[in-house]
Design a protein around this ligand. Structure first.
Ligand code: NI
Length: 170
C-alpha cells in the first residue's frame, strides 16, 4: 500500500527514530509499503519517518538507466561504520519538495545493519549508493538536507512552505 509522504516541517521528520527490536510482520509490511511509495514517487530511497513511522528502517534502489542493476535494498537498523573521502552532492528529498540542495558527504561508506530476515549485512558503497545511504540514515537521526543549509536558505524555504500552506487553505 502506498503511503502518504510527510513533508517538512512535520515534527516526525526531526525526531530520532527508534531501533527495530524485532522484525515482525508489521515491520515487513512497512518495508513493503515504503518500497511501493518510493517507486510510485520516483525516489531512490525512503526512510520510515518519512511515512510517519519513527523506526530505523530504510529502503534504497539506485538502479538507473545506464547503471548496473542494484535492485531494492532494505536495511533494518542501519549504521554507518566507516566513512572515506568527501564529495559535494546535489540532493532532493521527497519530504522537501521542489528544492535541491548541496550537501557535503563522505565519498565512500560502509553501512552495517540487518536485512528483513534479521541476517547481518555490511554494505560497502560508493557513488550514488553511498550518498543515498547517508541521506536516508540522516532521516533516522531526524536530519534532512535543509539542516545542512545556511540560515538564509532555510528562511527562503520556510517562506515557500508558508505560501504553499496558504494556497492549500484557500
Ligand atoms: Ni530524504
Amino acid at each position: 500500500m502506498k503511503r502518504e509522504i510527510l513533508t517538512y516541517p512535520h515534527p516526525v521528520l526531526a525526531e530520532k527514530a527508534k531501533p527495530v527490536a524485532e522484525i515482525t510482520d508489521e515491520v515487513r509490511r512497512l518495508a513493503e509499503d515504503m518500497a511501493e511509495t518510493m517507486y510510485a514517487d520516483k525516489g531512490v530511497g525512503l526512510a520510515a519517518p518519512q511515512v510517519g513511522e519513527s523506526v530505523c528502517l530504510i529502503v534504497v534502489d539506485v538502479t538507473d538507466d545506464d547503471g548496473a542493476y542494484q535492485g531494492l535494498m532494505t536495511l533494518v537498523n542501519p549504521e554507518i561504520v566507516s566513512r572515506e573521502g568527501e564529495v559535494e552532492s546535489e540532493e532532493g528529498c521527497l519530504s522537501v519538495p521542489s528544492a535541491r540542495y548541496t550537501v557535503r558527504r563522505a565519498e565512500r561508506v560502509t553501512v552495517r545493519g540487518t536485512d528483513l530476515d534479521g541476517k547481518e549485512v555490511a554494505v560497502e558503497a560508493d557513488e550514488l549508493l553511498a550518498i543515498c545511504l547517508q541521506h536516508e540514515i540522516d532521516h533516522l537521526d531526524g536530519k534532512i538536507i535543509l539542516d545542512y543549509q545556511s540560515r538564509l536558505k532555510r528562511a527562503l524555504y520556510d517562506k515557500k512552505v508558508k505560501k504553499w500552506e496558504k494556497t492549500r487553505k484557500n
